[in-house]
Design a protein around this ligand. Structure first.
Ligand code: PMP
Length: 385
């Protein structure tokens, strides 16, 4: 199989699996127990926390382990909102946040919280002017993704952090697609809280964390004594160890990013050459290195995915979570893309497992399958030059 769906999930690294197995088999005691095995589990938990903190540039006490990014996002938004001073009850998010995050925003709005969405431009980049107008003195928190999971477009996190702080609001960043793909340090953006997930960076599923800057007030959403009272529940030690090992083995992230973006650029050029009806979203703004979000004329994504499947290539129609539905992507809709074009969206996401041979294989085999279909259904798309 040629795996081009790294934004949906990544295979766990062999080192991760090797580190998790002995934890499952031997370190199964509860890290809150006072007996010897419990204390051994507690030490392993502390070591994993210290590793996560070292790799991500924060203090161990600033790491709150969760069941993944969805939970970390919920904890940040609800927790920061509830802790905000009276009079600050407005939440500002971008219109292209992860579907689960927007669902949370809708739930908050139904409960009387005032929620505003920062729009994006046609190229997928955040409309900073509109963001500036929305971030006022009544805002409790701003929540912005570092990189979009569909287009890969990078968001101006440092600028929005400055706007948020100038208005006295907190900034939460969903860095789920960013960490592991581009160099990251907690101090760089000046964000108050940052979420991420293990399975997007060759770690296990069902584990992630919220990094919370020391001194920032947060109300726990799952109460319990673990994680310094900020997230209750017996720790999933094997997964936490797996996450720490995945981070430790990220290697030279900047060098990998260059390698992967070279592959992606070659793939995009080859596709545009072989199939001039190819249109790539976000191509001319800063993007994640491995993400290519495109359409072939207006060929339905189902038709394209079927041909990819036939070739043994795993790809996706935008957000994996919505690929079963036939609704156009909310991200493309927010960019003003017409429905018929949005329904043709295919996401190829390259990563650590991707090779030049994968690109050559796709470029050799996909265009001959799609070209006749594109001739049958002439496109109104402007060819890429
Ligand atoms: N945020 C973003 C930007 C994502 O891409 C994802 C995963 N698709 C999530 C949050 C949710 O992550 P998890 O699967 O760890 O809950």
């Amino acid at each position: 199989m040629t795996y081009l769906d790294h934004n949906a999930t990544t295979p766990p690294a062999p080192e991760v699996i090797a580190a998790m197995l002995p934890v499952l088999a031997k370190l199964w005691a509860n890290a809150s127990s006072r007996h010897g095995p419990g204390q051994e589990a507690k030490r392993a938990l502390s070591r994993a926390r210290a590793t996560v903190a070292r790799v991500l540039g924060c203090k161990p006490s600033e790491v709150i382990f969760t069941s993944g990014a969805t939970e970390a996002n919920h904890l940040a938004v609800r927790g920061l909102l509830e802790a905000a001073p009276a009079g600050r009850k407005r939440v500002v998010l971008s219109s292209v946040e992860h579907a689960g995050h927007l669902r949370l925003a809708r739930a908050l709005a139904q409960n009387g919280v005032s929620v505003d969405l920062m729009p994006v431009l046609a190229n997928g980049a955040l409309d900073l002017g509109a963001a500036r107008a929305l971030i006022g003195p009544d805002v409790a928190l701003v929540s912005l993704m570092a990189a979009n999971n569909e287009t890969g477009v990078l968001m101006p996190v440092a600028e929005v952090a400055a706007l948020s702080h100038a208005a006295g609001a907190s900034l939460h960043v969903d860095a789920t697609q960013f960490i592991g793909k581009l160099p990251f340090d907690f101090s760089t953006w000046g964000a108050d809280a940052v979420s991420f997930s293990g399975h997007k960076l060759h770690g296990p599923k069902g584990v992630g964390a919220l990094l919370l800057r020391q001194g920032v007030a947060l109300v726990a959403q799952i109460v319990g004594s673990q994680e310094r009272g900020r997230r209750g529940g017996t720790e999933n030690l094997a997964a936490i160890v797996g996450l720490s090992v995945a981070l430790e083995h990220l290697g030279d992230v900047a060098q990998d990013a260059q390698r992967v973006s070279n592959l992606r650029d070659a793939l995009e050029s080859g596709l545009c050459q072989a199939l001039p009806a190819t249109h790539i979203w976000g191509r001319h703004v800063p993007r994640l290195p491995g993400t290519s979000y495109l359409r072939f004329g207006k060929l339905s994504v189902d038709v394209v995915l079927q041909r990819l499947e036939r070739l043994g290539i795993a790809a996706s129609s935008g957000a994996a979570c919505s690929s079963a539905g036939s609704a156009p992507s909310h991200v493309l809709t927010a960019m003003g893309v017409p429905t018929d074009e949005a329904l043709a969206a295919v996401r190829l996401s390259l990563g650590r497992t991707s090779t030049a041979a994968d690109m050559q294989y796709l470029l050799k085999n996909l265009p001959p399958l799609l070209a006749p279909l594109l001739q049958e259904a002439p496109t109104t798309a402007t060819p890429f030059t």
